[in-house]
Design a protein around this ligand. Structure first.
Ligand SMILES: Cc1cc2nc3c(=O)[nH]c(=O)nc-3n(C[C@H](O)[C@H](O)[C@H](O)COP(=O)(O)O)c2cc1C
Length: 363
C-alpha cells in the first residue's frame, strides 16, 4: 500500500522538537513552540507538502541548547495539527515499549478520526538508552528483542483495528484477555505504517510490516546499488512498499551563500555537546572511523540528524532531488534550521522546478 500522490513526496521532519533536526546554537534555530508548529503546518498544507513527520523523543541530547529537550509527544501533537489543517498527512512516531498496544490502538484510531484519514504511524522500537531508563526499561543490547516485541505489538494493534469480537492474546511480551477497541481508524484496513529499522533485524521488521521504509543515503552513487537490491527484496515480498529518505535542506539564491550558511550553523555554531551524545548513543565512536569521516559525520549530524544534505541554489536542490528520485527514492523527510523562515523560499523556487520536472503536481 503506497500512499504517494506525488512521484516525490515531501514533508517536514522533527518540528515537534526544539532545534528540530539541526543541532545548532544559531539564534534562529527552531523553537519547537506550539504556535510555530501550527503556523508551519498551515504553511506546509497550503504549499501542498505531503506530510509532517515528528520525532519521538523523551529527553534532550545535552549540549549548550539541550538539543531536542523541548519535545511534544507526537500523537497529541498530530491530533492538534490534523484538527488545524485540511490536506496534509500528519504522522505519530510511536515507541513500541512505551505505549501499551491497547492504549496506542485507541489513541491512533482517535487521531485518524480527527484527521478524516490523514494520520500515519512511524513505528520505532528505540535505541536511546537514557530515554528508556526514564521508564524503568532498557533499550536492550539486542535489537532482536526490541523488534520481536514490535511484531507482537503491531499484531495486537492490527487485530484491534480489524476485529469486532473480543480476543485473548498470549505472546512472549503481551498476555491480554478479552481485547477489543472502537472506534476503528478512519483509514481501512489501517493508516500507513512507516519504519526506519536499519539493523538486519530492524530491516526484516520493516520489510514484513511497513508500507514505507526509510533508507539512508550517504551519497547518491553508492546508494543506487544498495537501493536496487532493497527494492528487489521488497518486490519479492509481493507488497508494494515505498522507500523514503531523511534529509535536510539549505537553499539560497547562490551556491556560495547556501554553503556558507551550512558551514555557519553546522560547523562554526554546531552544538558540539549534543552532537557528541548522538555519536555516542548511536555507537559511531566504537567503529574505528578515521578523523575525517567523524568530521563529515558530525557536520551532517549537526546539519540534519545525519540525513542527506540538499545544499545550493533552487536549481541545484531541484536537480539533486531529481537524482535521488531517479535511483528510486519515493519521498523526502526534510529538515530545516527554521521551517517558518526558510520554507517559503523553497515553496516559491524549488517546488515549481519539481513540478516542471514531473516529480510533483501543483498544490
Ligand atoms: C527517518 C527516521 C526517523 C526516525 N525516528 C525516530 C524517532 O522518532 N525516535 C527514535 O527513537 N528513533 C527514531 N529513528 C531511529 C530508527 O527507528 C531506528 O532505531 C534506527 O534507524 C536504527 O535502526 P535499528 O533500530 O534497526 O538498529 C528514526 C530513524 C530515521 C532514519
Amino acid at each position: 500500500m503506497q500512499t504517494n500522490k506525488n512521484r516525490l513526496a515531501l514533508g517536514t521532519f522533527g518540528t515537534n522538537l526544539s532545534g528540530a533536526i539541526s543541532a545548532t546554537t544559531v539564534p534562529e534555530r527552531w523553537s519547537g513552540s506550539w504556535e510555530d508548529n501550527r503556523e508551519l503546518a498551515l504553511l506546509a498544507d497550503q504549499a501542498g507538502l505531503d506530510f509532517m513527520m515528528p520525532v519521538g523523543r523523551w529527553r534532550g541530547y545535552g549540549g549548550t541548547t539541550d538539543h531536542n529537550s523541548n519535545s511534544f509527544e507526537t500523537l497529541t501533537w498530530a491530533a492538534g495539527l490534523l484538527a488545524s489543517t485540511q490536506r496534509i498527512r500528519v504522522f505519530g512516531t510511536v515507541h513500541v515499549s512505551l505505549f501499551h498496544p491497547v492504549l496506542a490502538a485507541k489513541q491512533m484510531a482517535t487521531v485518524d478520526q480527527i484527521g478524516g484519514g490523514r494520520f500515519g504511524l512511524n513505528i520505532v522500537c528505540g535505541w536511546y538508552e537514557d530515554e528508556f531508563r526514564m521508564f524503568g526499561l532498557s533499550a536492550g543490547d539486542s535489537s532482536t528483542t526490541r523488534y520481536d516485541e514490535g511484531d507482537e505489538w503491531l499484531e495486537i494493534i492490527k487485530r484491534i483495528w480489524s476485529e469486532d469480537a473480543p480476543f485473548d492474546y498470549n505472546g512472549k511480551f503481551f498476555q491480554l484477555k478479552g481485547v477489543k477497541g472502537d472506534p476503528k481508524p478512519f483509514q481501512r484496513p489501517h493508516p500507513p505504517i512507516f519504519n526506519a529499522g536499519f539493523s538486519p533485524r530492524g530491516r526484516q521488521f520493516a520489510k514484513e510490516h511497513a508500507d514505507t521504509i526509510f533508507f539512508g543515503v550517504t551519497d547518491v552513487e553508492s546508494a543506487a546499488g544498495e537501493l536496487k537490491k532493497l527494492k528487489a527484496d521488497l518486490t519479492a515480498t509481493g507488497r508494494n512498499v515505498g522507500v523514503y529518505t531523511n534529509s535536510f535542506i539549505v537553499c539560497r539564491p547562490t551556491r556560495k551563500e547556501a554553503e556558507e550558511y551550512y558551514h555557519w550553523y553546522a560547523v562554526e555554531n554546531a552544538d558540539e555537546g549534543a552532537v557528541e551524545t548522538m555519536l555516542r548513543g548511536r555507537g559511531y565512536l566504537n567503529r574505528g572511523l578515521p578523523p575525517n569521516a567523524i568530521a563529515r559525520l558530525k557536520k551532517r549530524l549537526a546539519g540534519g540528524n545525519g540525513g542527506y544534505p540538499f545544499v545550493g541554489t533552487p536549481d541545484d536542490v531541484a536537480a539533486e532531488m531529481q537524482k535521488v528520485s531517479a535511483i528510486g527514492i519515493d519521498g523526502l523527510a526534510l529538515g530545516f534550521v527554521n521551517g517558518l523562515k526558510f520554507l517559503p523560499y523553497i515553496r516559491d523556487e524549488v517546488l515549481p522546478r519539481l513540478e516542471r520536472a514531473g516529480l510533483r503536481s501543483a498544490a
